[in-house]
Design a protein around this ligand. Sequence first.
Ligand code: AMP
Ligand code: MG
Length: 550
Amino acid sequence: MKRAFCVLAALMNEQKHSVIGKMKPLTNFKEWKFRDPPNYAALPIDENPEYNVPMAVKDAVFSKVPTEPLTGKLHLVCASDPALIDLLDLDPSVADTEDFINFVAGAYLPEGGLTVSHRYGGYQFGFWADQLGDGRAHILGEYVNSKGESWQPQLKGSGETPYSRFGDGRAVLRSSIREMIASEACHYLGVPTTRAAALVVSDDHKVWRDKTYSGRSRQERAATVMRLANAWYRIGSLEILLKRKEPHTLKLLADFIIDNHFPEVASSGEDKYVKWYSEVAHKNLDMVATWQGLGFVHGVLNTDNVSLLGLTIDYGPYGFIDHYYEHYVPNTSDDMGRYAYNKQPEILVWNLGKLAEAMEPILSDAQKQEIKDIHATLDDYVKTKVLKTYLLKLGLKEIQDGDHKLVEDLFTVMQLKMADFTATFRQLAEVEPHQLLDKSVLETKWSLNKFSGEPTWEKWVQAYQERLKNENVSEDERRERMVRVNPLYVPRNWMMEEAIKDAENNDFEKVRFLLKLFQNPFEINEEAEKRGYSSQPPSWSYGLKLSCSS
Ligand code: AMP
Ligand code: MG
């Protein structure tokens, strides 16, 4: 009862806060404070003082763990101005101050902060992996911004926790840059995602990593990323409580997430768990549809990497498809292609089946059946959602008979001719359909040019023209719709590799440029054009893959 009251009081407080309206961004970081206490302090927190000894934690959702700051000379690699301003009410000038850099390095905690690591488990590559948890991440507190939104800054790479298992609690510069850029880029590309505010690297703090899993480790510099989300719960957050038979904590956590993050579900009484399941499921499937539309492959879709808030979470060996290949797998550890591009929607549905299982201890028999029934509809739901996403990329809003084939046939010819995923759709927006068979026009578009003279392309163009007529789409409308969903720039692995190479020598210009570029991925950027960021990827990047080493 007391806990419910606290939540209500906090919500009212947030509303009051939002009435105050737009606040001038803070320039003095010392004045920046967390909500005290954070709402998550109401959940069971393990307080074992041996915080950096790997152990099986019991009856808790979090462990109270201090950060282990990065040591040595620190550099701010980059900061996301919009994340600082819009989410944290901070003036971007703050990012260059010592206090802020220390904050991102885990060495300074603003008032009201409470550092915890989250306990979760997960199915990895289809098998139950037992306790995983935040092995190198710390949630620092909850910041309620001037819009009344609650954001939890989380450090990644900030030291050992009870969940570190065999790891050192650290993250290296290259993987931190990849996470920083992709989370911000995905946000602007229209993907529901966790955000990233800033990245700090140390000159002197080194860790050993075997980057390509070749058996040869080398020393790399440690870095920390400050990520942002409203909350960091995953399917695995509930799974660990199922497997360890802690139904009481399971119910506490589910109720807490619903009350704090799904207010529209919280008021639905008896049925709330069923409604919540449906919300989480549909949010995640809407998210995966945005991935399919961008050719984004997450790389490691284990249940511990699937957010209960429907956010893209834990950017590791991900990739944006260059030349189209339906079975594209960016992760060198995924031998079986379990998490390939074309498998992502069905894997999300599989993962959501695991969520249904995890919720069983708090459900009545009738609710279990209702959730099973919902789960049975998800496959169709996501297929339709993905089809709609593809159609919109072609400038079409309705679904008509034969659309599945229209899309299939396009992907077939793209795969056959190794056309680029991102550039093909963008260039389709830029060329009028009646010119799509004109060789001299195709020659001006490097990805479309691959189709020149291909008979199946000619057939497809005819079908596309027919289809546009059937929906009565004017050329202006078509182009306008298409340039809004088909980006010019996506964070391709080769672009990241180049930026990382420079950053290893403390030249952060390319990283910062990319971060800024992806705030407007749909608009032409002259400098990006000069750098070839919407051109054919360089031949050295062909088949580039990433390991999980991070
Ligand atoms: P990921 O593959 O990054 O999603 O990580 C899977 C699990 O391994 C999570 O529980 C991470 O916290 C943990 N982990 C990954 N790298 C490290 C590390 N260097 N030190 C401690 N734990 C780690
Ligand atoms: Mg993870």
